[in-house]
Design a protein around this ligand. Structure first.
Ligand code: HPA
Ligand code: ZN
Length: 334
């Protein structure tokens, strides 16, 4: 049995496996510029964040109908459940769909078809987090928030993703203020490829409650001290960091040093179809390669629930934490 965990950094569009991509392409009459799933997998050799994003946006062409989004999310939830995920806070990128003529309602209602039955079908509770693309304009982000207004009962929070360098958090001050006024929770990618200053700005200017990635905080001891003191959760994605070359190899990943420093770290999959593994695969990889002991793995699992947006259901959070505390490790944990 896998270790119970929450997944807090997961782009639903990044769960599109090659097989489903071709199935949806056929269903929607879309031609992909790859001969077959093997040829597509061959393209998964990334230099950096941008080279991944180019393919990530290209493949979204196959997502057209509510049912496509429902099938995508249901496939993720089934895989996640099999790897011990009990709660998932799921990012989606509406601007990438709106730009292709797919309406906000198609995306949200489609995802909701799967999320609404996730507890019954997979035993996974869920939240939705709407991300703004930071390489698009602030005006576009504001228009996206407006377009989401009819669906806010389905959306827990907002996030910020896509190409980081050159697009500092401050660009999105106004839309984050508007989101906060609407009662939405706030997170942002910061310190993946961008400098530690972006992490500070995300906290001070955007008021984020969690930092996605946040890896580069390790370059600034004063920032580390602050993140520890303020108990700011970081949603780390070790296999993503290897594939996008934020670290040279998994053995070089700073996760052990980050835990030793007292940071509230969590382990997540980011875009599992592209980066070689789901949440449990990431746990298994850090256990094996970074030699994390059972206490550390249990701490990571506890952190995932402590950092999740379950304030509206503390009873559930307590139940999940009790599952982690009662967990007995075997040899093949993930
Ligand atoms: N970083 C930034 N943007 C993203 C990512 C990521 O890892 N995945 C999907 N959009
Ligand atoms: Zn991400």
């Amino acid at each position: 049995m896998p270790l119970p965990k929450a997944e807090l950094h997961l782009h639903i569009e990044g769960t599109l496996e090659p097989e489903l991509a071709f199935e949806l392409a056929a269903r929607n009459g879309v031609t992909l510029p790859y001969a077959d799933t093997d040829a597509l997998r061959e393209a998964y050799r990334f230099e950096d964040l941008q080279s991944f994003l180019d393919l990530y946006y290209e493949l979204m062409a196959v997502l057209r109908t509510e049912q496509d989004f429902a099938d995508l999310a249901d496939a993720y939830l089934a895989r996640a459940a099999a790897q011990g995920v009990r709660h998932a806070e799921i990012f989606f990128d509406p601007q990438a769909h709106l730009a292709r003529g797919v309406a906000m309602g198609t995306v949200v209602e489609g995802l909701w078809r799967a999320l609404g039955s996730s507890e019954a079908r997979h035993g996974v509770s869920t939240r939705l987090i709407m991300c703004f693309l930071r390489d698009e304009s602030a005006e576009s982000a504001l228009a996206t928030l407006q377009a989401a207004r009819p669906y806010l009962d389905r959306i827990t929070g907002v996030g910020l993703d896509s190409a980081e360098v050159g697009h500092p958090p401050v660009k999105f001050r106004e839309v984050y203020e508007a989101a906060a006024a609407l009662g939405l929770r706030r997170v942002a990618h910061a310190g993946e490829e961008g400098p530690p200053e972006y992490i500070t700005e995300a906290l001070d200017v955007l008021g984020v409650e969690r930092v996605d990635h946040g890896l580069r905080c390790m370059e600034d001891p004063a920032l580390v001290e602050r993140l520890v003191r303020e108990r700011v959760p970081l949603t780390l994605c070790p296999l993503s960091n290897v594939r996008l070359r934020a670290v040279d190899t998994l053995a070089d990943h700073p996760l052990p040093a980050m835990l030793d420093a007292g940071l509230l770290c969590t382990v997540n999959s980011d875009d599992p179809a592209y980066f070689g593994g789901y949440a449990g695969d990431n746990f298994a990889a850090v256990r094996e390669t970074l030699h994390l002991g059972e206490d550390r793995l249990r701490e990571l699992a506890r952190n995932s629930f402590l950092a999740s947006f379950l304030e509206d259901d503390e009873e559930r959070r307590a139940r999940y934490l009790a599952e982690v505390d009662a967990y007995e490790f075997g040899d093949a944990v993930s």
